[in-house]
Design a protein around this ligand. Structure first.
Ligand SMILES: [Zn+2]
Length: 484
């Protein structure tokens, strides 16, 4: 392209086309226009931009108007193929292959040119197919969540595999130690090596030839995260994963390796024994399960969701919610209505402000779980929420059950009670009418960009921004006269 947006390759093709049609050689055109034939050759090959005066000379010599020369269409089908070949060969996709470029000279037959261009088209189509769009990713994620819901979040084959590997490593009870994880790796023919230069885009890298699993260095020696990552790397081998061919296959592998790691850190038999005793004594608590097995609150809550229905006869829900109220992960088989977008995707959707997953952010005491009963249009649920911080934001982890099953849990005697009518917008999404009439048209929030790839932008007057929260903020600060 030149500075005026003219495609020089197309212009060159058109000049060559009209020159041949008028039976002129390059030298004859040079004589007629006074432009050196070497320059004309560069122009015809799209490597030089002609001056406007030169264009006028050329147009007159070949008997067409300047605007005819400047048309953006390829002059004939052969020229169109040549232009397409040129574009394809200049693309990064072709460049990455390290293959030579072909000049579409006269020696190249139309048939050969068509075949090569056809291969380029197919190469590009396959490359595009391989890139999962955010929409495809969300759809695959939703299908996976529905599949796991139908299986009560339980995968018996992986439970059995994890139990077997953990026993073989000599583990008998309590938390799986870092040493036992190393033994598990050795039994698979792998050595765990800690490297501080792993690529940012990887969690671990396995050297299949030398039997090494490279992991990031421990921020907390032997911490849960490190044991989990080593176990996930081993799971790829144990489950004989092949290179995923679709986004759905990639997500399924991720789910399987996470499941395997959790089932090793909290083995089925020991976990079910622990949880069943707690249930019998009516003191079930995710925090106790977490502490007994030395894992994070989130890992313990998710693990409970694997075992609760199959082994404890309980249906339940799990939520991980960001400090801004967006749902990052969710699971339910107890009928709770999770917020969804039109495609059925839950990630990035706002959770009701009345739910304990969000109201717990306002609680002062963060050392223990917050308990709350919430009335919803589909029944009353009891929930236990633990809040915490990551590097850049706060989050909450919630486990909840229908009202009738609260009796098995510690915290069932909470006096906290809330009422939610979500997804009815009047519940907590619509600004109160007084605030709306005061601030609509007078507020200009700048939205924070959600980094999470699966997050769609929740809709509001400003994409990704909660109007009610903006108006309340403005009101608060206007009334108190606070200034920056
Ligand atoms: Zn609500």
């Amino acid at each position: 392209m030149d500075s005026l947006g003219i495609d020089l390759a197309v212009l060159g093709q058109r000049i060559r086309h009209y020159r041949s049609r008028s039976g002129l050689t390059l030298d004859a055109l040079s004589a007629a226009t006074g432009i050196a034939s070497s320059i004309l050759s560069l122009i015809e090959n799209g490597k030089r931009e002609p001056k406007l005066s030169a264009l006028g000379e050329i147009a007159a010599a070949v008997g067409v108007s300047v605007s005819e020369l400047l048309s953006p269409e390829a002059p004939n089908s052969r020229a169109a193929l040549e232009l397409e070949l040129q574009r394809a060969q200049n693309s990064p996709l072709y460049g990455a292959l390290g293959l030579p470029s072909i000049r579409p000279s006269k020696a190249l037959s139309d048939e050969a040119l068509s075949a090569i261009v056809g291969l380029h088209r197919e190469l590009e189509r396959r490359a595009n197919e391989a890139i999962a769009t955010p929409e495809e990713a969300r759809r695959a994620n939703t299908e996976l969540r529905e599949l796991m819901r139908s299986r009560n979040n339980y995968l018996p084959e992986i439970e059995a595999l994890a139990e077997e590997r953990v026993r073989a490593a000599g583990h008998r009870s309590g938390a799986l130690t870092h040493r036992e994880v190393s033994v598990m790796a050795e039994q698979l023919g792998f050595q765990l090596i800690y490297a501080n230069d792993l690529p940012n885009s990887t969690r671990s890298i396995t050297d299949l030839e030398h039997g090494r699993i490279y992991l990031p260095p421990a921020s907390i020696p032997g911490g849960h995260g490190l044991r989990a990552m080593a176990l996930q790397a081993m799971a790829h081998r144990l489950l004989q994963h092949e290179r995923p061919t679709s986004y759905a296959a990639f997500l399924w592998q991720r789910l399987e390796i996470n499941y395997f790691a959790a089932a090793c850190l909290m083995p089925q038999q020991a976990s079910v024994r622990f949880l069943s005793e707690a249930k019998a004594e009516r003191r079930l608590a995710v925090e106790d399960f977490r502490d007994a097995f030395g894992v994070t609150h989130e890992a313990a809550a998710l693990r409970l969701s694997n075992l609760a229905t199959e082994h404890l006869g309980l249906t339940m829900h799990f939520l991980r919610v960001n400090g801004d109220g967006a749902l990052l992960k969710g699971y339910e088989n107890d009928g709770l209505t999770l917020p969804t977008d039109v495609t059925g995707s839950i990630e990035g959707q706002w959770v009701c402000k009345k739910w304990s997953a969000r109201s717990a952010f306002g609680e002062r005491n963060r050392t223990t779980e917050n308990y709350q009963y919430t009335d919803t249009p589909v029944g009353t649920f009891w929930c236990a929420t633990q809040t915490g911080f990551t590097n850049d934001s706060e989050f909450s982890i919630t486990v909840g059950v229908p009202f009738d099953d609260a009796k098995w849990f510690r915290g069932r005697d909470t006096q906290l009670r809330a009422s939610s009518s979500c997804p009815d917008e009047a519940c907590c999404r619509r600004p109160p009418s007084g605030l709306a009439s005061r601030w609509a048209g007078h507020a200009w929030p700048s939205a924070r960009l959600h980094a999470h790839v699966l997050s769609p932008l929740p809709s509001g007057t400003f994409p990704g921004v909660d109007d009610a929260e903006v108006y309340e903020f403005l009101d608060r600060h206007t009334e108190t006269g606070s200034q920056l």
